[in-house]
Design a protein around this ligand. Structure first.
Ligand code: NAP
Length: 213
């Protein structure tokens, strides 16, 4: 599958590396191709780096792995035409670090960043997933508790969720819990204050939700 990753932070690099390793055709979007290429963090085979627009143009699936406060700028740079009709996997969290740590949420309760993306790009099929855990667990669930834990998907397009669930299964996920339409993203994003508190308490991001039922 042709997959564009919009974001070169920990999440973008981790997802790009894993997807490329599985044989997908991955392009990674960034503002400054040469500057990003020169950065030292690229520990796996050099990805196909491109502008946000060029990375997105031929993709079948686009992953938003940008910071929440810049997500709308990144998607605008990718281009409405390039996003139309495509699946957009939204990994972002609406965290505002401008006043320090812990961050506040700039949207919550009655709306979510995923819903704002969907409203701004009605022809794009947004699926919220991955945002409730650290990047290393996203791509390697078996590394934690033998994979006995949960990942969520939410979105209004059933076919898009089926495609994304297929990618999750390639990563090794077995407990994929479909929470229904994109309104579920409110709860998925509001998990973050507790995630951050657990991170501080446990001293590691190696934990996840297990929904026991
Ligand atoms: N880190 C985790 O483990 C984790 C886990 C779950 C969810 N998330 C969420 O995933 C998203 C990505 O997190 P991250 O830590 O990997 O990366 P990040 O540092 O939040 O974002 C990196 C990306 O943001 C872009 N960016 C920064 N400022 C920009 C601006 N003014 N305009 C346009 N683009 C800008 C950067 O572009 P350049 O490439 O041009 O520098 C880079 O591609 C966030 O929303 C985060 O909350 C993270």
């Amino acid at each position: 599958m042709r997959i564009a990753i919009l974001g070169t932070g920990t999440v973008g690099r981790t997802l790009a590396g894993r997807l490329a390793g599985l044989g997908h055709e991955v392009s990674v979007g960034t503002r400054d191709v040469e500057g990003t290429r020169a950065r030292a963090e690229w520990t796996y085979a050099a990805p196909q780096l491109a502008s946000f627009a060029d990375a997105t143009a031929d993709a079948e699936v686009v992953v938003n792995a940008s910071g929440g406060t810049v997500t709308m700028d990144v998607l605008a740079a990718a281009g409405e035409d390039h996003l139309a009709g495509k699946i957009l996997v939204d990994v972002s969290n609406p965290l505002d670090f401008s006043a320090g740590f812990p961050p506040t949420m700039f949207v919550k309760d009655t709306d979510s960043l995923a819903e704002q993306i969907q409203a701004a790009y009605p022809l794009t099929r947004v699926v919220k997933t991955f945002n409730t855990m650290s990047a290393d667990i996203m791509v390697d669930p078996l590394s934690l508790a033998g994979g006995d834990h949960t990942i969520f998907v939410a979105g209004g397009d059933a076919h898009a969720k089926t495609t994304v669930t297929g990618l999750l299964r390639e990563f090794g996920w077995t407990d994929v819990l479909d929470l229904g339409d994109l309104q579920a993203a409110r709860g998925l994003e509001m998990w973050l204050p507790l995630w951050l508190r657990l991170y501080g308490t446990l001293g590691t991001g190696s934990f996840n939700i297990k929904v026991v039922r």
